[in-house]
Design a protein around this ligand. Structure first.
Ligand code: PMP
Length: 388
């Protein structure tokens, strides 16, 4: 999510090897760079070579309703969900998109009533909600759907679409549908963070429309690969039509790379030998746990902010009981402080304001997925913060 409200952060060409106290740490964006050192170690295994004459056609698989999806990507996505146990793929349809951002719009298009002579259907999400949903809807000025804010406040007796983000961005909580209305509601589940490094995998999700993204699973946001797992073929077809009409498919270079990297993860688990390098979800979960432990220590020491506590649960994938380690920290300032964002700015840390997520300025979101140097410097500054 690239949003440059926070002016000095956005274009600041901070030298990371030279982080001084007055350089600004941009923790407002969700760029998932933290797993880069793992992929550096796996560099050779993940290399993809594409020759000049290859991948020239628009088409990938004319036997599939999602004709622009490479069969090898579909196979690896299914293999990954089977390995992790986080989503059912059997008897479901997969649609690939340019990030899950495109599939979010595709899903809205697919489940909105096609008769646009009526009022646009309301789209609601429980606050605090991922800030980009509102932007993605408002930018289109669609006659099919409109942003209608917080799901818990929805009191219209009219059909609606509810987006359920679980674990949630920004606050990492596990979510269920919240609208309390007799009107007909359609659900879109955004499961971008339902991976073992962020949260225990405690059920195999089988919702009607589930969105996943390569960006948060492995950290390869730049490839712009997302996928939807859809129960109803008519909905899946409409989503594929949306991707066709907006971008005529999805880059085959990106799909090839995503398929390769997912295959490397799955092969690692399949051929596991105990003396070999760490497996991806073991590595990424350990990294998240270590970061969260350091981070909580710093927050407790400073007594300026509070951070959400998460319940422990059994993870069916790792077979251990563990906590949730969200990719963002959702901070609330202590009594007597009004604006968390300003408070962080005094430490030269730039977070994203609570207002952008539909709540007040006591809250701020900061990324836990920056590169090591940035994260460590952020923790150091937070531990030195003092209430004025
Ligand atoms: N959903 C959620 C909850 C997210 O946090 C993000 C990325 N910040 C996305 C969707 C979009 O991901 P993508 O890179 O696949 O477009």
């Amino acid at each position: 999510s690239i949003n440059n409200n926070c002016f000095p952060c956005s274009n600041d060409t901070m030298s990371l090897s030279n982080l001084s106290n007055n350089s600004i740490i941009d923790a407002q964006k969700g760029d998932p760079l933290a797993f880069g050192s793992y992929w550096k170690q796996m560099s050779d295994e993940c290399t993809v070579v594409i020759k000049g004459w290859e991948l020239m056609s628009y088409y990938s698989d004319s036997s599939n309703m999602c004709w622009f999806m490479l069969p090898e990507l579909r196979d690896e996505i299914e293999r990954l969900h089977h390995l992790v146990g986080n989503a059912v793929t059997k008897d479901k349809y997969i649609v690939v998109g340019n990030g899950s951002s495109q599939l979010f719009q595709a899903a809205l298009f697919a489940v909105s009533p096609s008769d646009v002579s009526d009022h646009p259907i309301n789209v609601v999400v429980t606050a605090p909600y991922y800030s980009e949903y509102k932007n993605a809807i408002n930018v289109l000025h669609s006659r099919m759907f409109r942003w209608a804010g917080d799901a818990t406040l929805y009191d219209e007796n009219k059909p609606y679409i509810e987006v359920v983000t679980s674990p949630n961005n920004p606050d990492g909580t596990l979510r269920v549908p919240m609208v309390n209305s007799l009107a007909e509601g359609k659900l879109i589940h955004d499961l971008a963070y339902y991976w073992p490094q962020y949260t225990p995998i405690n059920y195999e999700a089988g919702h009607d429309i589930m969105l996943f993204t390569f960006s948060k699973c492995t950290g390869h946001a730049g490839s712009r690969i997302g996928w939807a797992i859809v129960k109803d073929i008519a909905v899946a077809k409409k989503m594929a039509t949306f991707v066709q009409s907006s971008t005529m498919g999805v880059s085959k270079e990106s799909q090839t790379r995503a398929a390769k990297i997912i295959a490397v993860i799955c092969d690692g688990y399949q051929n596991f030998k105990s003396n070999e390098s760490e497996l991806f979800f073991e590595y990424s979960k350990r990294l998240m746990r270590e970061r969260w432990e350091k981070f909580r220590g710093a927050i407790e020491q400073s007594m300026v902010f509070n951070v959400t506590k998460y319940p422990r649960a059994h993870c069916n994938f790792t077979n251990e009981i563990s906590e949730t380690y969200p990719s963002f920290a959702w901070l609330k300032c202590e009594e007597g402080i009004e604006n968390s964002h300003h408070c962080l700015r005094k430490l030269n840390i730039c977070g994203r304001e609570g207002e952008r997520f539909g709540v007040d300025s006591k809250y701020v979101r900061i990324s836990m997925l920056g590169i090591d140097d940035e994260f460590n410097e952020m923790v150091k500054r937070l531990s030195n913060a003092k209430k004025e």
